[in-house]
Design a protein around this ligand. Structure first.
Ligand code: ROI
Length: 166
C-alpha cells in the first residue's frame, strides 16, 4: 500500500443543544471509525457565550485535527452525514444547533467553492476556534504563511471545561 495523499485537516466542533459534550464526543467516535481518517487528536472542551442571539444556551466548542485521504468535498459530505445522523437541528439563523462540524484548514489548501470556503472564513475571528487549535499545536501556519499564534484574539468569555478534560 502506498501512503500518499494523507492531508492534515482541522475541524471545528460546536453544540448548544441536546447534551453538547455528548454530541462532540459522539462526533469524534464517528470520525475515528472512518478508514480514511487517522491520527485524530481532540482539544479540550470550551464553554463560550453564543455568537449571535443571546437568548440561547452557551456553546461547547472544541477542535480536532486528523489526517485524511478524503478530498475536501468528500470530507464536507462526511461531516454533514455525521451532523445529520446526530439529528442536527438548526432552529434559526445564528441560532442554537445540535452539532456543527466545520472544516477550518485542509493542509495548505485555499478553496473557494460554492459549498465550501477554506480556510473557514470566520475562524480567525472566533476565540472558540483559535484557542483550541493553539492548545493542540502552537506552531500552526496558515496558507498565507502567517502563524496562527500571531492572530490571537481576546479570550473574552471562553472557559476551558477542566472536569471533563481529564
Ligand atoms: N457561538 C459560539 N460561542 N460557538 C459556536 O460554535 C457558534 N456557532 C454558531 C453561531 C450560532 C454563529 N454561534 C456560535 O454557528
Amino acid at each position: 500500500m502506498t501512503d500518499l495523499n494523507w492531508e492534515t485537516v482541522w475541524v471545528g466542533m460546536g453544540s448548544n443543544l441536546n447534551q453538547p459534550i455528548k454530541q462532540l464526543l459522539s462526533a469524534k467516535s464517528c470520525l475515528e471509525q472512518s478508514e480514511e481518517i487517522r491520527a485524530l487528536r481532540l482539544s479540550s472542551f470550551y464553554q463560550s457565550k453564543p455568537l449571535g442571539p443571546q437568548d440561547q444556551p452557551d456553546f461547547v466548542n472544541a477542535v480536532c485535527t486528523f489526517e485524511t485521504q478524503l478530498n475536501p468535498l468528500d470530507l464536507l459530505q462526511f461531516l454533514q452525514s455525521i451532523e445529520h445522523k446526530q439529528g442536527r437541528q438548526r432552529l434559526r439563523h445564528w441560532g442554537e444547533r445540535t452539532l456543527d462540524l466545520d472544516i477550518l484548514l485542509y493542509g495548505n489548501r485555499v478553496e473557494n467553492l460554492p459549498q465550501l470556503t477554506i480556510p473557514h472564513i470566520e475562524m480567525l475571528n472566533r476565540a472558540f476556534v483559535v484557542y483550541p487549535m493553539l492548545e493542540l499545536e502552537s506552531t500552526i501556519i496558515l496558507p498565507t504563511g502567517e502563524t496562527l499564534k500571531s492572530k490571537t484574539l481576546p479570550t473574552n468569555d471562553l472557559v476551558r471545561l477542566d472536569s471533563i478534560n481529564e
